[in-house]
Design a protein around this ligand. Structure first.
Ligand SMILES: [Zn+2]
Length: 154
């Protein structure tokens, strides 16, 4: 499939097939499109892959996805690869599970202090890597890595 090369931007590769919409939600690409008029996003779905059989790819022209957002995406899809492109040159970024995550995900416990409007507390989680869980810093609520897309803050 032919899609023009990107000179500046980000390519998120090896997303499981038909999951690009979830990846796009985790990366908050809709917000990005509203903020940046000259950013374009190309989503390729069900592309043949030697490694995965089938995969999705997201190409973002003229925008570098924040490494922290790429790390959060790798909680959900551990096999993703991230390529940053600058003036046509590609550099790979290997996303890693961070020790803690601040601000980007909300706590699943509605009564948590980080969910109350009067207390402007930034949500904060520790990652339990072996169990594939996030643990809220304030209320100890647990959130499975796989459920992260439902709790990404807008
Ligand atoms: Zn909490």
């Amino acid at each position: 499939m032919l899609v023009s090369r990107i000179e500046e931007g980000t390519v998120i590769d090896h997303i499981p097939d038909w999951k690009a919409d979830i990846a796009s939600r985790v990366l908050r690409l809709d917000k990005l499109a509203k903020m940046q008029a000259d950013v374009s996003v190309v989503i390729l779905q069900n592309v043949s892959s030697r490694r995965l059989g089938r995969k999705d790819i997201i190409k973002i022209d003229r925008w570098h996805v924040d490494e922290k957002d790429a790390d959060i995406l790798s909680l959900v899809f551990p096999n993703i690869t991230v390529n940053y492109i600058d003036e046509g040159k590609v550099s790979k970024y290997q996303p890693k599970v961070p020790d803690s995550i601040e601000g980007r995900i909300r706590c699943p416990e509605l009564n948590c202090i980080s969910n109350t409007e009067r207390e402007p507390v930034i949500p904060k989680f520790a990652t339990l890597k072996r169990e594939r869980l996030l643990q809220c810093h304030y209320c100890d609520a647990l959130l499975a890595f796989d459920s992260v897309p439902e709790y990404v803050r807008p």
